[in-house]
Every structure is written in structure tokens, then in C-alpha cells.
Design a protein around this ligand. Structure first.
Ligand code: ARG
Length: 477
């Protein structure tokens, strides 16, 4: 196999993860000669909704049959025809015609070719306006499971590592300055907590996505009194849009998803930043596996955390999708306007990239090497200065005073160019007569972490106190 340009310093292969990306998102190749037709055409990217579109049409045909617009026989012919169209999509034999504007016109055109003019009865009382809104919701409901599973997979590997590597101590940072000792697991789970909330928020979106627009018509409802509760049941929607004008124009479910994705990617990005810093030679806390690193075309020694940098970088792109689409909606008049066709690319792009990001983050976390000895080396005695102040608190002194005395001890050690624990008992006594021989017991990182037994602390027994993580922990076994 061909050598990578920067492959020399690598032994492992890059991650073979394969994410299925439906055709369309990058293929804007015009299939018509008219400029306006090409500009107007969404088929290149909305063809990914072919299954949702067919599903919606089958339900609608049944709805029309129930109100007597179609006979049983007509209904059956239409359904068989629609199934044939879907088979063509699945086999890759569907041939878009130059005049197909979008997935809806393409499917109806093909249906009519297959079953004849009867195909023209399907759109009775329906508009592409209620059709496209239905398709988008159906499609998103279908795809969201993939996002949810990606997030669960990520949480699972984080919990798994946190469980296995509880004994590793490291400095916890504020302002990127060493603060207090913590467990590596505590840090990992802090990010997992953000993802836990993302998972809950994602699940909370579903009832607002699962609202059926079909039967709203172009804007003013359905004059054939199609049974919309029946349609909702057929298509698995939780409820029915109860105002037809709103039904065709609402895209808040897309905004909500994009906002959700923006926040989830912000969490991914912050975690990536931690790991990028920890993987530098200067920190050396972790090493990324070859599978998630790349090299430099010029500097042979380089191994760069490109996976993490892309995770951080993509958060900007997803925010852009969200901000751009909100701008599209702002100032639109009521009901359907063609601007709404601009809902597709940001949503599709966000969904693909978010679910890819979760999978990559999962792989990165699962395969990185942790260097507990480096973490330990970074634990200088000054991170126990708070514990030193707390020692005097336990001897009855007000914390404000103990904070000051501990600070003086730090300054003294600094002036002596020694570590805090290397000060003599006499040195300590010179700072306060409350210090006794046992002050040296303070200088124990494990004891410091274990003292933090209150809920939320880094002590061993606190780390997995939370019921939410238990199923993930069980999965990891
Ligand atoms: N392709 C269109 C979209 O995505 C479908 C709806 C078109 N409706 C219309 N009245 N032109 O929004």
C-alpha cells in the first residue's frame, strides 16, 4: 500500500472508522442547463430523505383512501408504485430527471412514470409545504438515534477509563495554573457530566420534533378532512401540528437541534483542548494513539493531535450552521417561503459532523495512553498549600488567617528554593505556634484527595456515586 507522505514516524495505521455519508451533501453538480433551475434545485442534497418522503406518501395514500379520495385498488397501486420507487433509490438505480426540482417532485414524477396518471391523485390536498416539513421531521427522528448512540459510546469509554484509572493523581488546574491535586478519573468524568446533560437535552428535543405537519396543506389545512391523528399514528409521530400555518412554517425543531449540536460540540471542543495540552511534551500526561494522529510533511519527528484539533475546529463550523440558519429565519413572513429550503444543508452537515465527532472522540479516548508518572511529577508540593491552611483550620484558627500563614510558608519555600514539605518544623513554628510535628502529614497527595469526601469531590468513593453513570459502568465490564 502507498506510503503516507508523513508516514515514517508512525507504526500504527490511521483509524479505519467508516462513517456512512449519504450522497448529496458535497455533490452540487448541476443536472440541468438552466441557471435558475440549478439555483432552485435541492435534489442534490435532499435526496437523502428519499425513504422519509416515500414513507410519508404511503401514509398519505392510506389517509386519502379512508376519506374516499382513492379506492382500495388505487391506494394499493399507488403504494406498490411508491415501494418500487424506494427500491430504485436503495439499489442506486433511481435516475434523476433534469426537471426534478427536489426529492418530492422526483419521487412523484417517477411514481407517475411507473403507474401512470393515477400517480397524480396522490398529491390531492397535499402541498410540498406540509410534505417537506413532514419529511424533515421524519428524517431527523430517524437519524437522531445515531447521534444518541454516538454520545452514549463516548460516555461509555470515558466511564470505563475513569473506573480503571482511579488511582492516577494529577494536578487540577485553574487559569491553567496548578491548583489542587485531583484524580485523572475526576477530570474525565467532569467532561462526561457535560455529555450526560447533552444526552438528556437531546432526548428532550424529541417530543418537539415528533409533531406531524402533514394535512396542513399549502397553508390553510386539508379540505378533504384527512384524519391527521391516523396519519400521525401511521408515521409514528407523538402529536399533530394544531395550526396549519405554523405546521408548514415551523423550523424551530431544526434550530433546537443546531443549538443542541452547538453546545455539545462546545463540550467536545473544551475536552479536546484539555487533551491537546496534556499531550504536549511539556505536560506529557497522555500520548494519543497513532490511529488518531498525523504527521508533518516537513518535520519528520512531528506527531500532531489532528483528531483533537478537528474536534475543536468543527465546533466553530457547527455554531456557524446554527447562526446562519437562525439568520435565514429571522424576518421571514408567515408560512412557507423558499428561504426555508436553506434548512437542509446546515442540518445535514451538523448531523453528519456531530455524529462523526462523537465517534472520533470515543476512539481517541479509548486508545490514548496515560502516563501517571508524568502526572505525579507535575504534582509539586505547593498544590497542598490549601491543605496546609486547612490543617490550621482544624486547630481552630479562622481560615482567612490560615490562608495568610500558608501563603507565607509558600513564599518562604520559594525564597529557599525548596519544596513546601522541605521546610523544617522550626520553620513552620516560626510562622505559627499552632504548627506541630504532624504538619508533615499534610504533604500527602492521596490523603488530600481522599479528604474530599463531600458529594462531587475526587475521593474514590465519590467518583462513581452518581446513578447516571452506573449503567455505563456496568456496560464496560
Ligand atoms: N424543496 C423545497 C424545500 O426544501 C420543498 C418545498 C417547496 N415548496 C414550494 N412551495 N416551493 O423547502
Amino acid at each position: 500500500t502507498k506510503q503516507k507522505l508523513w508516514g515514517g514516524r508512525f507504526t500504527g495505521k490511521t483509524d479505519p472508522l467508516y462513517v456512512f455519508i449519504s450522497p448529496g451533501i458535497d455533490s452540487h453538480q448541476p443536472i440541468s442547463t438552466s441557471r435558475m433551475h440549478t439555483f432552485n434545485q435541492s435534489l442534490a442534497y435532499d435526496q437523502r430523505m428519499h425513504a422519509a418522503d416515500i414513507k410519508g406518501s404511503i401514509a398519505y395514500a392510506k389517509g386519502l383512501r379512508r376519506v374516499g379520495i382513492l379506492t382500495e385498488d388505487e391506494q394499493d397501486k399507488i403504494i406498490t408504485g411508491l415501494e418500487t420507487v424506494e427500491t430504485e433509490w436503495k439499489n442506486g438505480t433511481f435516475k434523476p430527471a433534469p426537471d426534478d426540482e427536489d426529492i418530492h417532485t422526483a419521487n412523484e414524477r417517477r411514481l407517475t412514470e411507473i403507474i401512470g396518471s393515477l400517480g397524480g391523485k396522490l398529491h390531492t390536498g397535499r402541498s410540498r409545504n406540509d410534505q417537506v416539513a413532514t419529511d424533515m421531521r421524519l428524517w431527523l427522528l430517524e437519524e437522531i438515534g445515531q447521534v444518541e448512540n454516538g454520545l452514549k459510546g463516548l460516555i461509555r469509554v470515558m466511564v470505563e477509563r475513569a473506573d480503571k484509572e482511579k488511582m492516577y493523581l494529577m494536578p487540577g488546574y485553574t487559569h491553567l495554573q496548578r491548583g489542587q491535586p485531583i484524580r485523572w478519573s475526576h477530570l474525565l468524568l467532569s467532561h462526561a457530566f457535560s455529555f450526560k446533560n447533552d444526552l438528556e437535552r437531546l432526548q428532550q428535543l424529541i417530543p418537539r420534533i415528533s409533531v406531524l405537519p402533514l394535512g396542513s396543506g399549502a397553508l390553510a389545512g386539508n379540505p378533504f378532512v384527512v384524519d391527521r391523528d391516523y396519519l400521525a399514528k401511521e408515521l409514528g409521530f407523538q402529536s399533530v401540528a394544531e395550526n396549519s400555518l405554523w405546521g408548514v412554517s415551523d423550523r424551530d425543531f431544526i434550530v433546537e437541534f443546531l443549538m443542541w449540536a452547538t453546545l455539545a460540540m462546545t463540550h467536545i471542543s473544551r475536552m479536546a483542548e484539555d487533551l491537546i495540552i496534556y499531550s504536549t511534551a511539556e505536560f506529557g500526561f497522555i500520548t494519543l494513539s497513532d490511529a488518531y494522529s498525523t504527521g508533518s510533511s516537513m518535520m519528520p519527528q512531528k506527531k500532531n493531535p489532528d483528531s483533537l484539533e478537528l474536534l475543536r475546529g468543527k465546533s466553530g463550523r457547527i455554531f456557524g450552521n446554527m447562526a446562519g440558519f437562525v439568520m435565514t429565519l429571522k424576518g421571514l413572513p408567515s408560512t412557507y417561503n423558499k428561504d426555508l429550503q436553506e434548512d437542509k444543508e446546515p442540518l445535514f452537515d451538523a448531523l453528519v459532523n456531530v455524529s462523526m465527532s462523537f465517534q472520533i472522540a470515543e476512539g481517541v479516548i479509548a486508545t490514548l495512553d496515560v502516563h501517571p508518572e508524568k502526572m505525579r511529577q507535575a504534582l509539586t508540593m505547593d498544590v497542598l498549600a490549601t491543605d496546609l491552611a486547612d490543617y490550621l483550620v482544624r486547630k481552630g484558627m479562622p481560615f482567612r488567617e490560615t490562608h495568610h500563614i500558608s501563603g507565607r510558608a509558600v513564599a518562604l519555600a520559594e525564597s529557599r528554593k525548596c519544596q513546601l514539605n522541605e521546610l523544617s518544623s522550626l520553620d513552620f513554628k516560626s510562622l505559627s505556634d499552632k504548627f506541630t510535628e504532624d504538619v508533615h502529614d499534610v504533604f500527602d497527595f492521596e490523603a488530600s484527595v481522599e479528604r474530599r469526601q463531600a458529594i462531587g469531590g475526587p475521593s474514590r468513593k465519590m467518583i462513581f456515586l452518581f446513578n447516571f453513570f452506573l449503567p455505563f459502568k456496568a456496560m464496560a465490564r
